[in-house]
Ligand binder design. Structure first.
Ligand code: SF4
Length: 302
């Protein structure tokens, strides 16, 4: 069997998974297990009732400008690395590299942000060249899909004790993974503005990626060009609109926090308890369920 066939066979061998999960049917192996993604966990952490609306009840939400910008710029970035020709770039001087990176950016309403990305990538390429590390310039993973199953024990948390052990399915598309000296550096691309308070949530998003990579079956790693001996040692994020880039060593604390959040999510399903977390300035600006949320409607009388 080739890798595609082995990958498909391994994914097919996994139990079905869903957000519309019923913990009471867990013993029935024909029933799906809980699916968790970075986005679903982030939504749950933001507001449990938003999670209920979005993932369990699947209520439609309007596409905001921020969502549209995110999709368009993520596609541009994926295409940039697909199109980047290392051999061609290697023959260029600094200004030609800037020009080349710029030429790979589509001209659209987000071109000002794309120009920042082009300048950043030109600089990164020049640095890689001067350090004789051109082979590490391109990401080893460019929008790679990862699936894994992990076990959560009933006694994982004293505060949120579960009624039994559960296997859950985690899934995600990792923006990019770079490799340095054989070690992996997942890197997240964000199209919004940067604020220092986002550091904590970014660490948790990256720890979720680490969880995916470390628990992915061999076939999933292989399909993404990775091997089991490669370790995640650092992670990073890039906010081009703010020209902000950050890389650091992985932190155990972020992983502990992600695991605790997953337990809380399973616990919420067990108790069927998804309550609102209303905060007017955030809710009115960012929540696409503001118009139907009881907490938001009540608060409008304040
Ligand atoms: S408006 Fe606020 S409280 Fe209501 S669902 Fe949205 S985030 Fe939650």
């Amino acid at each position: 069997m080739n890798i595609e066939e082995r990958y498909k066979a391994r994914i097919d061998s996994m139990r079905e998974f869903t957000y519309q999960w019923n913990p009471e049917t867990y013993e029935d192996s024909n029933k799906p297990i809980l699916k968790i993604t970075k986005s679903s966990l982030g939504t749950f952490n933001w507001c449990k009732i938003k999670y209920l609306y979005n993932y369990i009840q699947r209520l439609p939400q309007d596409q905001t400008e921020a969502m549209r910008k995110g999709t368009v710029l993520h596609n541009h970035r994926e295409d940039f690395f697909k199109d980047f020709d290392i051999k061609k770039a290697s023959t260029m001087n600094n200004s030609e590299i800037i020009e080349y990176c710029t030429s790979l950016m589509p001209v659209d309403e987000y071109f000002d942000i794309s120009l920042n990305v082009a300048a950043f990538e030109a600089q990164r390429f020049t640095e890689a060249q001067s350090e004789d590390k051109i082979d590490e310039y391109l990401p080893i993973v460019n929008e790679g899909k990862f699936d894994a199953e992990i076990i959560f024990r009933a006694d994982s948390s004293k505060k949120y004790p579960l009624s039994r052990d559960y296997v859950i399915h985690i899934q995600g598309i990792i923006d990019r993974i770079f490799i340095e000296d054989g070690n992996l550096i997942p890197f997240e691309f964000k199209t919004g503005g940067w604020k220092d308070y986002k550091t904590t949530s970014m660490r948790q998003e990256m720890a979720f990626y680490q969880l995916l990579i470390e628990n992915a079956p061999d076939e999933v790693l292989e399909k993404n060009g990775l091997t089991r001996d490669m370790k995640v040692t650092h992670w990073g994020w890039y906010y081009p609109a703010a020209n902000y880039v950050f890389v650091e060593k992985i932190t155990k604390r972020a992983m502990t926090s992600v695991m605790a959040r997953i337990v809380r999510l399973i616990y919420a399903y067990e108790k069927n308890n998804f309550t609102e977390k209303f905060y007017a300035p955030m809710c009115s600006q960012w929540c696409s369920y503001y118009g139907i949320c009881p907490a938001a409607q009540d608060s409008s009388w304040l």
